[in-house]
Design a protein around this ligand. Structure first.
Ligand code: PLP
Length: 411
């Protein structure tokens, strides 16, 4: 949904010139109410205690910090560690945020959750917490994503959620988010909109960061205990940017910790078929906030492309735009082909099938690790597991699965 009214929300709603609340009039009051409830919960120790309880007993936190020895050895440079968000309940970092937002929904007395989803991981995480808290759940999903992520569609349905197919635009994440915002305008009295990334109007980018920050907080303790020092470099893939913000946020004040955010270069930046909003986009307004995005000179939003449905988004969370301009975080991009190759490297060297989203961060680590030294430490945020991507990988690289091209025959 494009800007209809701009509401300046003061310093807390902006990251430099990015962020804000570019939403229809009807959403200004609900966003103000949500901000107040969030701020009140944020300063309530009982809220965090309850959230921590669910993160430990239900989501399985803390997620392990694993030394990928064979991958490190093969790269021949820095020691590479993986922060195992793939081992969380439901298979990604998304559950950290959905538990937090569902607790806020309960605090506000709203019995119905809506969510947008791309790869389906946020939809599954939202459907999961809705089931656990006894809430109704509707998930908006582009029909193109429904096709390429069908295992997650069945998971959501089994959890009791309604999956609403969205056919408009490119029928992917951007369009699902448009539909969810449209639904919310009409249902805001009894409905809580659970946004899946550090995107959208204030307070969502701040709120989602606060719920994902636990990744970096845990990592700090784990790094000191296991490695005896802070990581030298953090690497995370960036779709909307929540797993990246989750591992970065706590370390932002620590200048000795470098950070790289990895966007999807799709078929290559030069082809125009990519999702690299920061690397190849310009500031504009999308889904309620000002941020880097992919747009035509006319202001029309361009179609994004990535083999990773969770990165296939033409915008990015506004704080990443700010961190790019300030130079605190380096943003780079990795192609579909490089990400697929990284999936197989990790599978065969470490026995871990990564989500194709997370594989973008692995591919970047493989690029930079050889130029570093063994006393240096890279931590990759392994944002999710790869079971959902087996179909996609098989179609992209059938020969790797022993399938003869052009037939359904397996060798
Ligand atoms: C959703 C998702 C992403 C992308 O979302 P961010 O908000 O950028 O983290 C990355 N990896 C996995 C596994 C996901 O499910």
């Amino acid at each position: 949904m494009r800007a209809q009214a701009e509401q300046k929300v003061g310093r807390t709603g902006y990251y430099g010139k990015y962020g804000g609340q570019f939403v229809p009039e009807t959403l200004i009051a609900p966003l103000r109410e949500l901000t107040a409830v969030f701020e009140e919960a944020r300063s309530d120790p009982d809220f965090w205690k309850e959230l921590r309880g669910y993160l430990e007993d239900y989501a399985g936190r803390p997620s392990p910090l694993y030394h990928a020895r064979r991958l490190s050895e093969k790269m021949g440079g820095a020691r590479i560690y993986l922060k195992r968000e793939d081992l969380n309940h439901t298979g990604s970092h998304k559950i950290n945020n959905t538990i937090g937002q569902a607790l806020l929904a309960r605090r506000m007395g709203k019995p119905r959750l809506i969510a947008e989803t791309g790869a389906g991981m946020h939809g599954v995480a939202a459907a999961t917490v809705a089931a656990m808290f006894g809430m109704e759940c509707v998930v908006f999903m582009g029909t193109k994503d429904i096709e390429r992520q069908s295992p997650n569609v069945y998971r959501m349905k089994m959890l009791g959620a309604e999956v609403r197919g969205v056919t408009s635009g490119s029928a992917t994440l951007k369009d699902a988010m448009n539909e969810a915002l449209r639904d919310w305008v009409a249902t805001v009295d009894d409905t809580f909109y659970v946004i899946g990334s550090v995107a959208g109007p204030h307070p969502y980018p701040l709120m989602v960061k606060e719920f994902q920050k636990v990744i970096g907080e845990e990592l700090h303790e784990q790094a000191l205990a296991k490695i005896g020092k802070l990581p030298d470099l953090l690497i995370a893939c960036v779709g909307g940017g929540s797993n990246a913000m989750g591992i970065f946020a706590h370390f932002l004040p620590m200048a000795e910790v470098a950070m790289r955010g990895v966007e999807a270069a799709g078929e290559g930046l030069e082809t125009g078929h990519h999702s690299a909003s920061i690397t190849a986009g310009e500031p504009g307004v999308l889904h309620g906030s000002k941020t880097y995005l992919l747009q035509e000179p006319s202001g029309q939003i361009k179609e994004a492309h990535s083999i990773a449905a969770g990165l296939d988004y033409p915008g990015v969370g506004p704080e990443h735009s700010y961190l790019h301009d300030s130079g605190r975080v380096t943003y780079v991009s990795v192609t579909d082909a490089e990400a697929v190759a990284a999936c197989f490297e990790l599978a065969r060297l470490e026995g871990i099938l990564p989500a194709v989203e997370s594989a973008h961060a692995i591919a970047d680590a493989m690029r930079v690790a050889p130029d570093m030294t063994p006393d240096q430490v890279i931590v990759i945020n392994l944002s999710g597991r790869g079971d959902k991507d087996l179909h996609t990988l098989r179609d992209y690289a059938p020969e790797k699965f022993g399938i003869v091209a052009g037939t359904s025959e397996e060798r």
